[in-house]
Design a protein around this ligand. Structure first.
Ligand code: UDP
Length: 237
């Protein structure tokens, strides 16, 4: 079976990395996610991953302890590098998948610098590419980094991994009356203020016509079903 989407960008939040922990990296999640990613590689999908850092540090929370926003954001970006290295190691050790970490901030001893053409070359060779350090700029989010990288590598689908089944009219964890939205346009998602992603990320996807699939990452097989063209979660297009 040929996948519907040959090249995808998967956005994993730092929160997902924490699994059931309140901080740090959950080994059970690492093991689980390597299996899910491997299932995509097995069917020939080129996989790029953008990782968040919220399980370790968020720029905004630095303000509470006297750290200025820009510095806090750089700390957040470094947190994403830590997650990226953990995922790389797990993918290689558990699944034997060749993986490259490309960092938007130069940290030559631990990761390659982000070079667009190099990223595409790695993907063509079947390597999993992990984009670390967000966009490399403070005041942005890793969702925006995901939208930017997806555009740069011409990804056919942006997969936004979440803990819920997709997009709802309200937070389904807090509001049992929240309604599930199967499909929505970019503009409507923005205008209705639905918390799919921040507006910068949504706008980038809209301008570059990259469909966004919001799905529950904790349901085994969801990722594979999504790339095979099955409707999993919600679609923004
Ligand atoms: N960050 C940034 N610029 C970027 C991407 C991330 O400054 O391009 C910082 C920002 O402080 C953010 C932190 O890195 O809070 C971690 O990223 P994010 O909160 O997006 O991670 P997630 O919510 O996905 O875990």
């Amino acid at each position: 079976m040929t996948p519907t989407y040959g090249r995808v960008l998967l956005k994993l939040s730092g929160e997902a990395f924490a699994g059931n922990l309140s901080y740090g990296i959950d080994s059970a999640f690492l093991e689980y996610i390597t299996g899910e990613i491997a299932s995509l590689v097995e069917v020939g999908v080129q996989v790029a991953v953008v990782i968040g850092g919220g399980n370790i540090f968020r720029g905004i929370s630095g303000l509470e302890i006297g750290i200025d926003r820009a510095t806090g954001d750089y700390m957040g970006m470094l947190a994403t590098v830590i997650n990226a290295l953990a995922l790389q190691s797990a993918l290689e050790r558990i699944k034997g998948l060749p993986t490259r970490v490309l960092s938007a901030l130069e940290i030559r001893q631990v990761a390659e610098p982000y070079i667009r053409r190099r990223a595409i070359r790695h993907l063509e060779k079947g390597r999993v590419v992990i984009f670390a350090a967000g966009t490399g700029n403070p005041f942005f989010s890793t969702d925006t980094a995901g939208a930017l990288r997806a555009t740069e590598i011409s990804a056919q689908l942006f997969i936004k991994a979440t803990k819920v089944d997709g997009i709802y009219t309200d937070d389904p964890v807090k509001n049992p009356k929240a309604e599930f939205i199967e499909e929505i346009s970019y503009l409507e998602a923005i205008n209705r203020g639905l918390r799919v992603m921040d507006h910068t990320a949504l706008t980038l996807c809209m301008e570059n016509k990259i469909p966004i699939m919001v799905l529950n990452i904790n349901k085994p097989g969801n990722l594979l079903r999504a790339v095979m063209g099955e409707r999993v979660g919600s679609l923004v297009r």
